[in-house]
Design a protein. Sequence first.
Length: 260
Amino acid sequence: MNKKTLLLLGLFSALLLGWLVSPSAAAEWGNLKGRFVVEGAPPTLPPLVVTKDQYCIDKKPINQMVVVDDKGDLANAVVYVYLGRRGKIDINPDYEGQMSTPVELDNMGCAFHPHVVMVRAGQTLDIKNTDPVGHNTKIDGSKNTFNQTIPAGSTIPYVVQQAEPMPAPVSCSIHPFMRGVLVVQDHPYMAVSAEDGTFEIKNLPAGEHEFQFWHEAPGYLKNLKLQSGSTDRRGRAKLKIPAGGTLDLGDIKVPASTLQ
């Protein structure tokens, strides 16, 4: 076999390998993490007015609009990759089975659990009611709407159809003090901060992406100082995800005045 033949065979093998390996499989991946901390004294929220159903009165649900621990850690802050109307992003193979696993939103203790629920477009949202009293779950999205009574001890599956441009409010018409948030995206790259203020988004495609920063109280988390730059007036910032590593934003300080 001469050198020309070997060269042609090598070129053919390289082309064949390129056809067989998808761009996602060949991509490099990285992570994003950080911690939301309130700067200043957090607002004192008014107690919820609970007047319907003795069960709810006894449970004494709390106002979850702003949840801050004694260290100033801010829960329920939302971060996700913002794609815009026509944007696309590679999905890491580790998320392959996610779409077949339902996400749960529970009416429990006369409150929504979790307070901020995240789901991908096309994924099933199992809306549960583990309370002994009936609830109503109402989703007021611009792309997804749901409004049904959830009998005590039951579960109603709802396939979320489209990504929402912004987090959508969730409420209960029977118990108006119940409030929650639904985040729907076309991809899995979204997170909500835990009680200690921390969040992490894993296996992002390496490179620069635009991220949305949001919280229920102010909406856009504007002008937040990050390690590289800051969020703009719409609460967005472009961040570069390192291949094989983690971009750690450290403590992201949220002025208490923005949560009033």
